[in-house]
Design a protein around this ligand. Structure first.
Ligand SMILES: C[S@@+](CC[C@H](N)C(=O)[O-])C[C@H]1O[C@@H](n2cnc3c(N)ncnc32)[C@H](O)[C@@H]1O
Length: 166
């Protein structure tokens, strides 16, 4: 099962989500999956779509192509996506606390980057909602460290997904 299906599975255990966020979007495959899976869901999608992130992991990514692909996703789901072209952690201030059913963290995979995203976005998840993400694997020790530091029981699943209940 790929990450979209894993997160969908966990969400289905807990009712139907109406508000979600993806931090680090690229082509928007995850956001598209969620919008296809849940009628009535609105997604906030945050990415810089820029090579200027200063992160060697994404240095050679075709960001313009990814952005165009994501605009197509937005066209496929009119009115259901809020596109935020911004640093992921900085974007959190635009949203009220406890306003999301889930937040999916998949941007900067370095420890400081993941920690910043978790600190900024954890308060945005409603009680009973889900903070989750991708790449909880020794290949990304920074992801594992930052997630473990949340101090809640971390549930892991397929395709290196992780989640904690808020
Ligand atoms: C692994 S990809 C996301 C994949 C996507 N979540 C999926 O499931 O298909 C990571 C993305 O995070 C973005 N990114 C990395 N650091 C970021 C930051 N600080 N602010 C905004 N976007 C960032 C990159 O531009 C890249 O598109």
């Amino acid at each position: 099962m790929w990450r979209g299906e894993q997160i969908e599975f966990w969400l289905r255990e807990n009712g139907r989500p109406t508000m979600g966020a993806e931090l680090g979007v690229a082509r928007g495959r995850f956001t598209a999956h969620m919008l296809g899976a849940f009628r009535g869901l609105h997604m906030v999608a945050v990415d810089l779509w820029s090579v200027t992130t200063g992160n060697p992991q994404y240095e050679n990514w075709p960001v313009d192509e990814h952005y165009d692909a994501f605009l197509f996703v937005c066209e496929c789901f009119p009115g259901l996506v809020t596109l935020v072209r911004s640093d992921t952690a900085a974007a959190a201030t635009q949203f009220a606390d406890q306003s999301f059913d889930f937040v999916f963290v998949d941007g900067d995979h370095r420890y400081e980057g993941v920690r910043r995203d978790i600190v900024a976005w954890q308060p945005k998840v409603r009680l009973g909602g889900m903070l989750c993400g991708h790449d909880y694997t020794p290949r990304y020790p920074g992801v594992m460290q930052a997630v473990d530091e949340i101090g809640r029981r971390v549930i892991t699943g397929e395709d290196y997904c992780w989640m904690v209940r808020a």
